[in-house]
Design a protein around this ligand. Structure first.
Ligand SMILES: Nc1ncnc2c1ncn2[C@@H]1O[C@H](COP(=O)(O)OP(=O)(O)OP(=O)(O)O)[C@@H](O)[C@H]1O
Length: 546
């Protein structure tokens, strides 16, 4: 919101863009207070014109900051006037601290052109309609990013994990998000998850034609469930195109922080980040998002939107679960604890450098269900050779389905991993095999943030078709490692000139841990420990963002 002085009695707008609507209305609580309103394609200028206050500052609201405008009749049936309210969330200086954050500003006016209540309501509706129309026009121009708009009026399934973060997601929804959705005219159904995998099962079976977006208010773990639930559907190709939205309610909130960062805003934490993500959701712009397929030797195939981690980062993520009550600070506590007992992890790492790869988008036709089954699921499992009845019947059912050209029940589907060969075979010749076998961590990122305050991959964007691979070689001192993690807050860790950290942009990778025990995480969730390989699939999903 800008504040500009104007000449007494002046009623013209900024003079920069064409005036779309002009009108004079009163305050809602005092009809003696009059305002002139001037709407252009870019902003709404509000100026008090009451004689006693003439010459006061005028307020200019940028329509880019507007999430909605509504017209309505007053509660009093004898009132012939009508009303309209516009809802803005401009960046404003924080109270008692530096920096800016989005803050809510409502502008409500009373319309009384004459004694005809219908004419008054029509005028209010015209203002609301026009403000909504021009607010929706604003689309950022970012190279290589194509935005579309969520269908209007928008119907959203909002999935909320009540136990995520410090267990306050529902309270935060009630205090911060509910009102915003109403202001933006978004129709939503709130689903509170009851158990692990509830969201995954729900989206696997849901009639997606009922929803224009699936929004997750939780940590990254619940979105991971939703992505994989969508990819397990027979119609995965269209299902995964359902726009996804993220509202930070967890402790990591890496995707939410990344989305906020991609919009070009200063870093925000906690409720301020939530308000920013709520605002982006209400604006409803959608862009493509890369997914990475993760394949394990235990025949797991998963789709990941955030990260694959082994070593220090994965250990901190899992071990710090017990400090959940401190919220986002759990990672700091976990990092300090693990630093105190720093470990070296043995393994082999290989990758396909980005410049070597044929762009996977040009080379990834959908995987025929039978081909997938042949390559991954129908290999005899240890369980089946142990005469496990459930697995035997399951495998034979799957084999029958494979012969019929159907995918096995519950099997992840998705595009073919054209850059990968089976884990039992050596990596292709154009891959780079890392010489070292002793690591402190391996971290593959495909979003900028690892948590709200850790910008692990500052160069990453939503749809760059890249995996940003970092590894830290053994031999790094505790102090140097701590310095790297502190620099990660601003994404300046590569400027630390640490000889132990390596960063490469890749399209696929393989990791074979040699240490008998360890932790591998995907999007912060535990993966079966063992050899794993991954390939990026550019723009496979869609995300509400700017
Ligand atoms: N009602 C529930 N009860 C128990 N677990 C749940 C429930 N709903 C979801 N989950 C699971 O809880 C796990 C953690 O969820 P989520 O990632 O949303 O929160 P978080 O761990 O606090 O956040 P972050 O990933 O940002 O740290 C996920 O594996 C999810 O499947």
């Amino acid at each position: 919101m800008d504040q500009k002085k104007t000449e007494p009695g002046s009623s013209h707008c900024n003079g920069m863009s064409q005036v779309v609507l002009y009108g004079e209305f009163t305050a809602t609580d005092n009809i003696k207070v009059r305002y002139s309103l001037c709407l252009t394609e870019l902003d709404l200028t509000v100026q008090k014109i009451t004689s006693a206050t003439a010459g006061q500052s005028k307020l200019v609201f940028n329509l880019r900051d507007c999430i909605g405008c509504q017209a309505f009749k007053g509660d009093d049936s004898t009132d012939v006037g009508a009303y309209f309210s516009a809802f803005f969330y401009p960046f404003k200086k924080r109270w008692m601290s530096s920096g800016v954050a989005r803050q809510r500003v409502e502008q409500c006016f009373r319309v009384e052109l004459g004694q005809d209540p219908f004419a008054n309501l029509e005028e209010a509706q015209q203002w609301a309609r026009t403000i909504n129309e021009y607010s929706a026009h604003h689309r950022p121009h970012r190279e290589g990013v194509l935005y579309s708009q969520v269908r209007q009026p928008c119907r959203v399934m909002l999935l909320l994990n009540p136990y995520s973060g410090k267990g306050q997601a529902l309270a935060l929804f009630n205090t911060h998000i509910q009102r915003m959705l109403t202001e933006a005219g978004i129709l939503y159904t709130l689903v509170i998850t009851e158990r692990q995998n509830h969201a995954r099962e729900l989206v696997r079976e849901a009639d997606l034609s009922q929803w224009d977006a699936l929004v997750i208010m939780s940590g990254d773990g619940l979105l991971f469930e939703v992505v994989n639930g969508l990819m397990e559907r027979e119609d995965w190709e269209t299902a995964i195109q359902t726009p996804l939205g993220i509202l930070p309610g967890g402790s990591g909130n890496a995707l939410a922080a990344s989305v906020h960062h991609y919009a070009g805003y200063q870093p925000l934490l906690s409720e301020e980040l939530l308000l920013s993500c709520g605002f982006l959701l209400c604006k409803g712009l959608v862009s493509q998002m890369d997914l990475v397929s993760i394949n394990t030797s235990s025949n797991q195939r998963l789709f990941s939107f955030l990260s694959l981690a082994w070593g220090f980062v994965a250990d901190v993520d899992i071990e710090s679960e017990k400090y959940r009550y401190v919220g986002a600070a759990r990672f700091t506590v976990g990092t300090l604890v693990r630093l105190a007992c720093l470990r070296v992890y043995q393994g082999r790492l290989a990758y396909l450098p980005a410049e070597e790869a044929v762009h996977p988008a040009e080379d990834t036709p959908p995987l025929p269900p039978s081909a997938f089954c042949a390559s991954l699921l129908c290999q005899p499992s240890k369980a089946s050779s142990n005469q496990n009845t459930f697995h035997n019947s399951c495998n034979s059912n799957n084999a029958i389905k494979a012969r019929r050209g159907e995918a096995p029940a519950g099997a992840p589907r998705g595009p073919r991993d054209s850059l990968l060969v089976p884990l039992e075979q050596p990596v292709p010749g154009d891959w780079t095999v890392v010489e070292e076998e002793d690591f402190v961590l391996v971290l593959a990122m495909y979003q900028s943030h690892l948590s709200e305050d850790m910008m692990a991959a500052p160069d990453s964007t939503l749809q760059d078709g890249l995996i940003h691979l970092y590894y830290i070689k053994a031999g790094i001192s505790r102090t140097a490692l701590l310095r790297l993690f502190l620099a990660m807050e601003k994404g300046t860790h590569m400027a630390c000139d640490c000889p132990h950290i390596v960063y490469v942009k890749v399209r696929a990778l393989r990791l074979e841990p040699l240490s008998p025990k360890g932790v591998i995480t995907v999007d912060g969730e535990l993966l079966d420990y063992g050899p794993v390989q991954a390939q990026v699939h550019p723009g496979l999903a869609r995300l509400v963002c700017v």
